[in-house]
Design a protein. Structure first.
Length: 226
């Protein structure tokens, strides 16, 4: 059984992933933005899950989250699930936080980054971006292009780690809305599979996945200079 840290696991896909992994007997470390939000994962905590707390829009709190994770011991996998859809915090939460956590958490065997099919509409241009969250300089699509490129870069730089990006589809979560047409179970199956699966395909690296199938990402993802 694996020890897996899931960011943004107080609701949506992150909570679904944490519940499924716990049901399967894995050791889960959940994450909430604040102590008040831990109420959403109370059932998981009662079953033995560990918890870390910190607002991923704040770099100092993100560093503190990494410290809390490292204090718990090495992780087998980290699923970078937390994200926001719009506003000035898109870059801090969707890109800067996964970058900082990747750099600061003791290196696991597997890394999974939540992308989106919308990354195909992202702009491969880093000029003029405000990474602090003080003003809007990037769209959700831009942020998902950046984090997909991050997953590919980690795969190249750390060949001993399986690093992959996942498009979960448009699923009925708080972010996706109740009318989202895709299957919620399929929306988190691939993350779990890449984090803990024994399938040889789940032990590969550098992929962009949708429902356990490899897809071609935006060309910039394979551009090492970008």
């Amino acid at each position: 059984m694996a020890r897996v840290f899931v960011t943004g696991s107080a609701d949506g896909l992150g909570l679904a992933v944490a519940r499924t992994l716990s049901d399967e007997g894995h050791e889960v470390v959940v994450h909430a933005r604040s102590r008040e939000r831990l109420e959403a994962v109370a059932a998981l905590l009662e079953r033995g899950a560990a918890a870390v707390v910190g607002d991923l829009s704040d770099p100092d709190q993100t560093r503190a989250v990494a410290e809390q994770v490292n204090e718990l011991g090495p992780m087998d996998a980290v699923i970078h699930n937390a994200g926001v859809y719009s506003g000035a915090l898109v870059l801090p939460v969707n890109v800067v936080a996964p970058y900082l956590l990747t750099a600061l958490i003791r290196r696991p065997a597997r890394l999974v980054y939540l992308s989106s099919g919308m990354h195909q509409g992202g702009r491969p241009d880093l000029r003029g971006r405000d990474w602090t969250g003080r003003r809007v300089t990037a769209s959700y699509s831009d942020s998902k292009l950046f984090v997909t490129a991050l997953a590919a870069a980690v795969a190249r730089r750390w060949p001993e780690v399986c690093s992959n990006a996942v498009d979960p589809g448009w699923v009925p979560t708080k972010m996706g809305g109740p009318g989202a047409p895709d299957d919620l179970r399929l929306g988190h199956l691939t993350q779990e599979w890449l984090a803990t699966g024994d399938d040889p395909r789940a032990r590969t690296s550098g992929g962009y996945w949708h429902h356990q199938e490899l897809l071609d990402p935006h060309p910039a993802v394979r551009d090492e200079q970008f």
